[in-house]
Design a protein around this ligand. Structure first.
Ligand code: PXP
Length: 240
């Protein structure tokens, strides 16, 4: 199975919003990412609109030739936007105003019922729904009970452990969660903090079909250009 790379372009918008101007445009970034091997484009429309704007999602929906994955909080406002714009998929994430980035997975266990309702509304509109969760068996089971099509496993703790040089325990959690997810009929994706080095062990896990990667690609793009940064990651993911 050829694994897929979703390129998260939020941080192109972060640079634009630093001046509240028009450059760099995440729409242009999406085109370059697609030309260089991205299998999909991921954007997170946050409640505070700190990077991606409504206008970006609306234009991306018209011009993206692969598919759009809309990361969003499970709120009424976001469900209304998703069911109007109809991205290929939605990934439900927790959102806290004060956080720098998405700091943990969704606590599906404690909100199965309301999440089930949100998942159902999105699916009814024809949207594929993924839940962003920590690598925890209880959360994987709860995601299945909430009716999700897929789980995206939060790799943040693993990536931090990788930097510190001792990632065995965090890797094992991801391995077990991914295997269980697949066993109970969920599609399994992964993301957060992945880069060209720390993704290598994760690529050995056959259950993980897709990777959503943003910050490391955009950071590298500052030095080598976006096309090359996407191509390097796409080649790695596709050849695994
Ligand atoms: N997947 C999800 C659900 C996320 O919230 C994020 C961060 O926006 C990512 C993947 C990408 O993380 P990173 O930017 O660290 O590659």
């Amino acid at each position: 199975m050829r694994r897929k790379l979703g390129v998260n372009i939020d941080h192109v918008a972060t640079v634009r919003q630093a001046r509240r101007g028009i450059a760099p445009d995440p729409v242009a970034a999406a085109g370059i990412a697609e030309m260089n091997g991205a299998d999909g484009i991921t954007v997170h429309l946050r409640e505070d609109r700190r990077h991606i704007q409504d206008r970006d999602v609306e234009i991306l929906q018209q011009v993206v030739q692969t598919r759009i994955n809309l990361e969003m909080a499970a709120t009424e406002e976001m469900v209304e936007i998703a069911t109007r714009l109809l991205p290929f998929s939605s990934t439900l994430v927790p959102e806290k105003r004060e956080e720098v980035t998405t700091e943990g997975g969704l606590d599906v266990l404690s909100q199965r019922e309301p999440l089930h309702e949100t998942v159902f509304r999105l699916q009814e509109a024809g949207i594929f729904v993924s839940l962003f969760i920590d690598p925890d068996l209880g959360q994987v089971r709860a995601a299945k009970q909430a009716g999700a099509d897929a789980v995206e496993i939060h790799t943040g703790s693993y990536c931090n452990a990788f930097r510190a040089g001792r990632f065995g325990r965090e890797f094992e959690k991801i391995r077990v969660a991914a295997a269980h997810g697949r066993n109970i009929g969920l599609r399994v994706f992964a993301g957060h903090g992945l880069d060209l080095r720390n993704i290598v062990p994760i690529l050995s896990l056959p259950e993980i079909e897709e990777f959503n990667i943003g910050h490391s690609i955009i950071a590298r793009a500052v030095f080598v250009g976006l096309g090359q940064a996407v191509r390097e990651m796409a080649d790695l993911v596709h050849s695994a």
